[in-house]
Design a protein around this ligand. Structure first.
Ligand code: HEM
Ligand code: HEM
Length: 196
């Protein structure tokens, strides 16, 4: 006896076509998830008086140092010059958002890039103030401890906004940005305008 068609009477399947673009090299991806894990560990999990806290902090600092080097000499998509925001590009993205124009940026968006520079600089300053607390000159100096703590709070707020923006932009454009930061490839649905 022939088997019943399981799809009979159901709505037709919608098939989305995607174009694939290799964007993030392995170093950028490894950098991203290691820094994210290190930051979360030190901000929320480690005992801040411990050696573990210091080592994770130094590892994050070293990764940021390498990322800055990579931003100068690495492949095109990793280079700061390829996503450095300008007043014009920021205004254009704001206007796209205000008018709900869907555009997929293959690299970082201008607002995304602003957040990235903010995060990199904040991480550098957190590492620097953390290290200062271990030196004879600044050990026990209150403003250094206060600065370390305030910078971490600033970075935490930034990270929450960063993740919210990533989720928002992924839903808006149909490009799964976290997936691209894992696989390296951005998958852009057909019909969405691409900003190279
Ligand atoms: C689970 C949480 C997180 C998710 C899902 C996430 C996701 C992403 C994604 C999708 C991008 C690329 C955005 C684009 O396509 O333009 C990105 C970039 C970036 N994120 Fe995150 N992020 C997370 C946590 C963090 C944390 C905790 C930090 C640092 C404290 C961080 C720092 C950065 C930096 C520095 C970049 C730029 C990457 C580069 O060009 O090297 N992220 N993130
Ligand atoms: C990802 C980087 C880092 C993060 C997210 C982080 C986070 C924190 C947090 C949340 C505190 C507690 C602040 C408070 O409430 O008083 C703290 C304290 C501290 N951190 Fe870090 N930190 C980082 C890197 C470092 C580094 C690189 C060092 C030194 C090598 C360091 C050394 C310290 C010290 C000495 C304290 C104060 C401990 C005390 O006397 O209470 N941190 N850090």
């Amino acid at each position: 006896m022939p088997r019943a068609d399981p799809f009979k009477g159901s709505a037709p399947q919608r098939i989305f076509k995607m174009t694939h673009h290799k964007i993030w090299d392995p170093f950028v991806r490894l950098f991203h998830w290691s820094v994210a894990a290190g930051f979360i560990a030190n901000a929320l999990l480690t005992d801040d008086d411990s050696k573990l806290h210091e080592w994770i902090g130094y590892a994050v600092l070293a990764l940021v140092g390498l990322r800055i080097l990579w931003g100068l000499v690495g492949p095109k998509r990793a280079r700061f010059s390829s996503f450095f925001p300008t007043k014009t590009s920021v205004m254009e993205q704001l206007s796209d958002l205000a008018t709900r124009r869907r555009k997929a940026h293959l690299g970082h968006t201008p607002l995304g890039a602003l957040m990235i520079f903010n995060l990199l600089l904040s991480l550098l300053a957190i590492g620097l103030t953390g290290w200062l607390m271990t030196t004879n000159t600044f050990w026990g100096v209150e403003w250094v401890e206060d600065a370390h703590e305030a910078l971490v709070t600033w970075a935490e707020i930034s990270v929450v906004l960063h993740i919210a923006a990533v989720v928002w932009e992924s839903r808006r454009t149909g490009v799964n940005l976290p997936q691209a930061m894992i696989t390296g490839t951005k998958r852009v649905p057909d019909g969405v305008k691409i900003v190279p």
